[in-house]
Write a new protein. Structure first.
Length: 99
């Protein structure tokens, strides 16, 4: 049975295509931290993206849902295999991920 819900892989692809600036910032901050630490929190990176968009940008109405965090972490790990283990991921009984 295929999991249903908002945060599916298919919805993430659409969300990612519609919001490339989120990935650009997530990738930028994650690569910066990866130069200094062997592992880190994807949620912390997400909060840094929020800080940038909500506080540092003027007139930003940018919104990011926590439901996408695991998708961005896995996208980063897939794109940068040299940083395997940088984000600790888990597989739950009901999941949208195949790893």
């Amino acid at each position: 049975m295929k999991p249903l819900g908002r945060y599916t892989k298919e919805n993430f692809k659409r969300h990612d295509q519609d919001n490339p600036e989120i990935w650009a910032l997530f990738e930028y901050y994650a690569l910066g931290v990866a130069q200094k630490r062997p592992y880190y929190s994807a949620k912390a990176i997400f909060h840094r993206v929020r800080w940038h968009t909500e506080i540092e940008e003027n007139n930003s109405d940018f919104k990011i849902s926590d439901g996408w965090i695991s998708h961005y972490a896995r996208k980063f790990l897939a794109k940068y295999p040299e940083h395997e283990g940088f984000f600790r991921t888990t597989k739950r009984k009901i999941t949208y991920h195949e790893d």
